[in-house]
Write a protein that binds this ligand. Structure first.
Ligand code: S3P
Length: 175
């Protein structure tokens, strides 16, 4: 069995960009969970949230975690909230190596503060930066359950990908 390599972490940490680079470097297939959900639903994530609500989206995510965990040799970028649910984390851990990308809030804000397509940051009364900081804090215990972390605050996507490839190659044999 060839373990999957699963990249997770908050919105804007670069999971998809880095995941694509890791897959290219290791000659593996890359799968982006959000893209797959959008393709299957035939509409963007923001519309799924608007039309069916967050719980519906979370059900799709949970189903996709189970499906992808049944495959092998993939590099997977999850959505930022996918592995916040412990059952999803466990199922992904059973299929491969899970790594959480971390980044400081100010840098995340520079990257995604103006993003229009992230319903979890939709403006509430308190404003978007406060929303981002609150969500990060709320999710800290869930991300904290993940064994492996890489702080990407000061890394380029290429540097992050290189570190992940080295890390994965070291651990692959013992999975
Ligand atoms: C979400 C993150 C998004 C996407 C959805 C919900 C979240 O993915 O799955 O908008 O709950 O953090 P990215 O992390 O790729 O932006």
């Amino acid at each position: 069995m060839t373990p999957n390599i699963i990249l997770t972490g908050f919105m804007g940490t670069g999971k998809s960009t880095v995941g694509r680079l890791v897959a290219a470097e290791l000659g593996r297939e890359f799968t982006d969970m959000d893209t797959l959900i959008e393709q299957r639903e035939g509409r963007p994530i923001a519309r799924i949230f608007a039309e069916n609500g967050e719980p519906y989206f979370r059900q799709l995510e949970a189903g996709l975690c189970r499906e992808l965990a049944g495959r092998e040799g993939l590099v997977i970028a999850t959505g930022g909230g996918a592995l916040v649910t412990e059952a999803n984390l466990r199922v992904m851990e059973s299929s491969g190596l899970v790594i959480c990308l971390d980044c400081d809030p100010a840098t995340l804000w520079q990257r995604i503060g103006q993003s229009e397509d992230r319903p979890m940051l939709a403006e509430l009364d308190e404003g978007r930066f406060t929303r981002l900081a609150a969500l990060l804090e709320q999710r800290a215990p869930a991300y904290g359950r993940i064994k492996h972390h890489l702080d990407v605050t000061h890394l380029s996507p290429e540097e992050a990908a290189k570190r992940i490839c080295e890390w994965a190659n070291e651990r692959m044999a013992n999975f």
